[in-house]
Ligand binder design. Structure first.
Ligand SMILES: C[S@@+](CC[C@H](N)C(=O)[O-])C[C@H]1O[C@@H](n2cnc3c(N)ncnc32)[C@H](O)[C@@H]1O
Length: 326
């Protein structure tokens, strides 16, 4: 029976796409700590290639925390991307790797966000282009719906690039196993802490470090054309502003604003910090609006075009195999 099961499983196996996940001449070979050290320096230019390589090194550390100190080569990154892409059906590189496969499956949703390299790079790039509001004081940052923690790492780099040696960063993630893994990795790196909890409840914000908040990232958005309530973005924003109020006055936000419309596109709503990302009450509540655009680095972009200008980082076959955020 075991042999039959093994034969059936082998039938489901396919190999990941051929070739490396990124072009060799643009991939930056370094350890995760090396990437963080370099990108945390103000003088280091922020490049798409550098951010994509950071994402792949971060994915490697998230999946293989015991190898955190290693330099991540393009071969390592490609092997991991291929195993991730084939986590359900299997492939030769996953044969006999049951524990690893379980990690990839249990963290599949969070990793899929991270592995959408063009969109993740676009978000990081927009974040790192932000100026901090004057008067925010010491850098305290919140990431709501933390997933693997890549945006919390982005906040760390933003803070370091603005001269904050020891930012206080705090994330909330409701999937227990994801929060635990992100917390362990980010705590080891000295980046911040992640708690497991529901970011739509105001009580969770009692644990936020005291003082003004310098930055909030909240990427819990539905895909373009779906109603906003399909994901908790508006509910999280409501709880956040109720709990922290004026402590958010100096914060920069990612996304900077979210645009929704009714089905026909006749009535539009801009959710932004000025209205606590709640919009004008109007006859229709914000959560019933359809997701349309986001503002990133001062630019208004249809949500399905986020990442479009970074597509060339990953070949089309790899992009297809790795899946998408939204
Ligand atoms: C779209 S993902 C973004 C993850 C990460 N910020 C990134 O950019 O890769 C949204 C994350 O929010 C988490 N999430 C959804 N609802 C939540 C809630 N009510 N409280 C806390 N986390 C939540 C999901 O489990 C998921 O990891």
């Amino acid at each position: 029976m075991d042999e039959l099961r093994a034969a059936v499983l082998r039938l489901l196996e396919r190999e990941p796409p051929p070739g490396p996940v990124m072009a060799e001449d643009i991939f930056v070979v370094d350890s995760l700590a090396g990437h963080i050290e370099r990108l945390g320096r103000t003088q280091t230019p922020v490049t798409a290639e550098g951010l994509a390589s950071l994402c792949l090194a971060y994915a490697h550390a998230y999946v293989h925390p015991e190898r955190l100190d290693e330099v991540v080569s393009l071969e390592d990154a490609t092997l991991l991307a291929g195993r991730f892409a084939r986590r359900r059906g299997g492939c030769r590189a996953l044969a006999g790797q049951d524990a690893l496969r379980r990690v990839l499956l249990h963290h599949g949703f969070a990793l899929q966000m991270l592995f959408d390299i063009p969109k993740t790079v676009h978000l990081l790039d927009a974040l790192l282009r932000r100026d901090l509001a004057p008067g925010a004081g010491a850098f305290a940052g919140l990431d709501l719906g933390t997933g693997t923690g890549i945006l919390l790492l982005g906040q760390y780099l933003l803070a370091r690039r603005h001269g904050h040696a020891a930012p206080r960063l705090w994330g909330v993630e409701h999937l227990l196993q994801v929060a635990g893994r992100a917390d362990a990795l980010l705590a080891t790196l000295g980046v911040g802490r992640v708690v497991s909890g529901d970011a739509t409840t105001s009580a969770i914000y009692n644990d936020v470090p005291q003082g003004n908040i310098a930055c909030v990232t909240n990427e819990t958005l539905p895909s373009c054309g779906r109603r906003l309530y399909k994901e908790p973005f508006t509910a999280i924003s409501g709880a956040l502003f109720t709990a922290l109020g004026s402590r958010l006055d100096h914060a920069v936000f990612l996304p900077e604003a979210v645009w929704g419309s009714d089905r026909a596109g006749r009535n539009w709503l801009r959710l932004a910090p000025e209205n606590a990302f709640a919009g004008d009450a109007g006859p229709m509540p914000a959560r019933l609006f359809y997701m349309r655009d986001v503002e990133l680095a001062g630019e208004r972009i249809p949500a399905d075009q986020v990442g479009a200008s970074f597509h060339a980082l990953v070949s089309p076959v790899w992009a297809e195999a790795l899946g998408r955020r939204w």
